[in-house]
Design a protein around this ligand. Sequence first.
Ligand SMILES: C[S@@+](CC[C@H](N)C(=O)[O-])C[C@H]1O[C@@H](n2cnc3c(N)ncnc32)[C@H](O)[C@@H]1O
Length: 272
Amino acid sequence: MPSDKFQKNDADRAHLWIRRMWNNAADSYRETAELMFSQLVDDQIALAAVQPGDRLLDVGCGTGLLAERVATRHADTTVLAVDPSERMIEHAQSRLESYPHAEARVARAEELPVEDASVDILTASLSLMFMIDKTAGAAELARVLKSGGRIVASVWTGEETSDLVRFRAILRSFVPPPPMDGLGAGALADPSLLLAPLADHGVTTETTTRDYSYRFPNLDTMWDALVTPTSGHLEPETIAAMHRAVVEQMWPEPDQPRDFRNRAILITGRKR
Ligand SMILES: C[S@@+](CC[C@H](N)C(=O)[O-])C[C@H]1O[C@@H](n2cnc3c(N)ncnc32)[C@H](O)[C@@H]1O
């Protein structure tokens, strides 16, 4: 049930915008971008402390990296991975096809295709900031957790501490704004927007922060991984202006390597 402040038409446009963005990004995400998050994914799997027989739901699974790692390491766990992007789900399905106890399906956090109180562990790696209605989304995450069920999630901090968020903010200054406020990589830099409604639905949480670093050999490599796949509709002059701004503000020697440093907020929680 969406919260009152969201009009259905606005929400539909925002869903479409997000699905398109991630469909366009999916192939390069599988090739390069997900490598940036490999350690973060492993840290979340460690926090999940999966037990034999657990039913794990991975929300916003992207290309299925976390789900595949869990399926490989825990043959006795049932894994369902969901994501609203059809192209992401194609990648996740191809990764999971050899695991009879794992599957991937198109769905979003706000409408999960599972019964009430049926999930032991819900993971959501870097995905919940793209929920359009964080309040309704939190209620849905809580709905599917069993009593005693756990959540492990990650979101980025703001532009001061996360290069990815800063980078996206620079790019956004050249394009029309998203169809709604509060969407994008830094949208849960204040995690209370998610944690308060989770608490209202009986999920108590704790947070910790951790820094992650990924070295790109030069700006062009990063550009091909993170910008080119989603910028096909932009004028060449706009792309050139974005490139100049990133050089000026973040990468003064574009032929040289640069570490992208990102601070994640790791969220762990339990349903009463
Ligand atoms: C940065 S990627 C993270 C993918 C993967 N979890 C990982 O850690 O590599 C963000 C993902 O969130 C998904 N997403 C966007 N809106 C969502 C929503 N409302 N519910 C669930 N996932 C969503 C996107 O389609 C995308 O695959």
